[in-house]
Design a protein around this ligand. Structure first.
Ligand SMILES: [Zn+2]
Length: 464
């Protein structure tokens, strides 16, 4: 059925115009003023609303065996949560452990998602080991349409790669023209500091941040950039959390290293005092890199507005309170992660756009357009244009509400933003021309989501 979205303010990364959008089948087929509705079309009144391209979360974990347990969401629950929050595409990290086979892991993840996601999705392939067999497998995975890698400089002996493996991965990435995303912390230093703190009886959640201080992240970021420079590969720092790491990334950008930067929702809004609350209250806020000293928050906002931080993801990774309690005896045993897929758009709109920290076009760019460009989804995704997929968010800036775990669709028993006010919410969300969410409720077709095959884009050249 055709859809006609009428009278909204259509806001892209570049333009803002009042007009109508006609959707036929899965594509946007016309944009203009006073478009006629074809017979049988459903009209959606967008008067007083903003009309955004569907948002893209470039960094989520759904199926995730980690730290002796599993993250809580399934593709069904996470995709519904994404949709009510305005996210119509996510890119999930495929994370087999070092002891597992890359290709076998890739197929496990693909099968988990297939037929279960209500929104579209793609994958980043984590390279957690690089030996004789790895290269052929990675070539096969890229040929299958997964044109980005992920490496961990942290989590030694589990997900983490050695410098030699990083070098070999980046050489292959450069040859294939795929981009490599990286978790940048110095694994050796984290391991040593953890043992030191535990040996001093410092076992609570408040010691998580001191075990991976800002300098450890800055070192990882700088080293990743050096390896990119030496191999000619293109990189993307995930979840950059603090000013020293940002400085390392910007310095690399200035000397011509092909490097993009992502920060994630929690680091814009929360600081380390949350993790310093006692007991499970603090454990809820354990993630890596950790929440930082509050002095970093305004730096991240400024860098986001300036485009030094390219993209905003979530690192969505829900563990419930019982799982968090696995770390009651030692902070090193707390499963790392916090949910966010449902709340990213509303919180960044409220505390970014509404508070004057973030221009509305940069907001669209960082949460949709630039991730689409960097990861080879543009212009199919990431904009409102004739011929693009009809992923549209009709956004109600007059909505007022509060975040509540009791009402969330994410499968978790807490929300790190419990009670936080939001000023705006998606009124209607479409995925390839079908209404999938309305006013905070999932109303669509389960399993509608499709795997998005991507071709290597030469390492995101021409993103600007
Ligand atoms: Zn992650």
């Amino acid at each position: 059925m055709a859809l006609l979205i009428q009278g909204g303010e259509i806001v892209t990364a570049e333009t803002r115009t009042r007009g109508d959008i006609l959707i036929e089948g899965e594509k946007i087929c016309a944009i203009g003023a006073g478009l006629e509705a074809p017979a049988g079309a459903e009209a959606i009144d967008a008067t007083g609303k903003l009309v955004f391209p569907g948002f893209i979360d470039p960094h989520v974990h759904i199926h995730l065996p980690f730290m002796a347990t599993f993250a809580k969401d399934t593709h069904a629950t996470a995709s519904r949560a994404a949709l009510v929050g305005g996210t119509t595409t996510f890119i999930e990290m495929v994370c087999p452990s070092r002891s597992e086979d890359a290709l076998a892991g890739y197929h496990v993840w693909k099968q988990k998602a297939e037929g279960n996601s209500a929104c579209d999705y793609a994958f980043h392939m984590a390279v957690t080991r690089y030996d004789e067999g790895t290269e052929a497998q990675l070539r096969e995975i890229v040929a299958d349409g997964t044109a980005s890698f992920k490496i961990f400089l942290s989590y030694k002996n589990f997900f983490g790669v050695t410098d030699e493996e990083m070098f070999r991965t980046l050489r292959l990435a450069a040859e294939l023209g795929v981009i490599t995303t990286a978790h940048c912390e110095n694994a050796e230093l984290v391991g040593q500091l953890q043992q030191l703190l535990l040996s001093e009886g410092k076992t609570g959640a408040e010691w998580h941040e001191p075990s991976r201080p800002e300098t450890v992240e800055a070192e990882g970021t700088g080293r990743f950039a050096t390896f990119l420079e030496a191999t000619g590969a293109t990189g993307y720092v995930v979840h950059l959390s603090c000013a020293p790491a940002l400085r390392a990334a910007v310095e690399a950008k200035l000397r011509g290293v092909k490097l993009y930067v992502e920060s994630v929702l929690p680091h814009f809004l929360l600081d380390k005092s949350y993790a310093e609350r006692g007991g499970v209250e603090g454990m809820k806020y354990i993630m890596s890199p950790p929440l930082r000293h509050e002095r970093n928050l305004p730096v991240l906002w400024t860098a986001l507005q300036a485009g030094m931080i390219d993209a905003v993801g979530t690192d969505h990774c829900p563990f419930d309170q019982e799982q968090k309690r696995l770390g009651e005896q030692a902070f090193t045993q707390i499963p790392n992660g916090i949910p966010g897929i449902e709340d990213r758009v509303n919180l960044m709109y409220t505390y970014g756009v509404k508070r004057g920290r973030l221009d509305v076009h940069r907001f669209v760019d960082a949460l949709s357009t630039r991730p689409a460009k960097i990861f080879g989804l543009f212009p199919r995704k990431g904009t409102i244009a004739v011929g693009s997929d009809a992923d549209v968010v009709v956004y109600d800036p007059a909505y007022r509400g509060r975040i509540s775990a009791a009402r969330q669709l994410t499968n978790n028993d807490y929300n790190g933003f419990e009670g936080v006010a939001i000023e705006g919410r998606p009124a209607v969300v479409t995925v390839r021309g079908k209404v999938q969410a309305r006013e905070g409720a999932f109303v669509g077709e389960a399993g509608r989501g499709r795997f998005l095959r991507r071709t290597p884009n030469g390492g995101a050249q021409g993103v600007e």
